[in-house]
Design a protein around this ligand. Structure first.
Ligand SMILES: [Cu+2]
Length: 267
């Protein structure tokens, strides 16, 4: 129904609501535009100089324009109270329980995205600001913490399983960034000092989307959607949506690889 908007292809189970809201907003705005544009043209004609050689200091007595204004205010109240607030509440309050979802901590920094998975134990290891090394440990993950042994971190590469709720816990190391994945209809600011949860359910794998679009190079992209400094334009990351099996295999490989390298004292 919302094809006419030319939005990026939808790839999240709960994104249709957002599209419907955007669609209805456009329809209401079109009605307003045509209404006010018509009123403007009417005024140009009705009050033209030829028909009104002498200025009229009384002005218009009709209340039509007041009623129109009230009508617009009512429509806007309906949009806000009837659509936007319930939609926002559904997105924020009814997040699936963490036990049914994949939780990923996403940390923005100038100018990259860090992703942190809890690994098979489901527990995130401790992070410590004093352990941060921009090259080898950008999150300051404490590999001596037992919960951190099987943790997986990646830079600018987010891997997700299809058809499973994803809870992203969004953080920032420096300034305000914004996590935006257009196809998932997700956009949320990352604010230093806060951990902000958002959730979505990707329902089209990268491979499926490539066939659907006929573009073998297609990638879901995360763009930073807040101007965050000079390198803002290159603050992109890629999302690879895989089947549950493919994702599990990727995660297992990462766990093996990363726990092996972190156990090496010379690294
Ligand atoms: Cu940014």
């Amino acid at each position: 129904m919302t094809q006419w908007l030319g939005l990026p292809p939808l790839a999240a189970a709960n994104g249709q609501q957002i599209d419907n809201l955007i669609g209805w907003t456009h329809i209401f705005m079109l009605v307003l535009f045509v209404g006010w544009g018509g009123f403007f043209l009417f005024c140009l004609f009705r009050f033209r100089k030829g028909a009104n050689p002498v200025a009229n200091y009384t002005g218009v007595k009709s209340h039509t324009s007041s009623y129109l204004e009230i009508g617009v205010a009512v429509v806007e109240a309906i949009l806000l109270l009837g659509f936007s607030i319930p939609l926002w509440a559904a997105r924020v309050d009814h997040a699936p329980p963490e036990s049914e979802a994949l939780v990923v901590e996403v940390t923005g920094e100038q100018f990259a995205w860090n992703f942190h998975y809890a690994g098979p134990d489901g527990k995130f290891g401790k992070t410590d600001i004093s352990l941060i090394d921009l090259q080898s440990n950008p999150l300051g993950l404490d590999r001596n913490d037992p919960n951190a042994k099987d943790d997986v971190t990646t830079l600018n590469q987010l891997y997700l399983p299809v058809n499973r709720p994803i809870i992203v816990k969004l953080r920032s190391k420096d300034v305000i960034h914004s996590f935006g994945v257009p196809q998932m209809r997700v956009k949320q600011d990352a604010v230093p000092g806060f951990t902000i949860p958002i959730y979505f359910v990707p329902n089209v794998t990268t491979a499926e989307m490539r066939t659907r679009l006929g573009n073998p190079e297609f990638q879901y992209e995360i763009g930073c959607a807040q101007l965050c400094g000079l390198g803002h334009a290159r603050m992109r990351a890629f999302v690879t949506v895989q089947t549950a099996d493919e994702f599990q295999k990727w995660l297992d490989d990462q766990v093996k690889e990363q726990s092996a390298t972190s156990a090496d004292p010379f690294r």
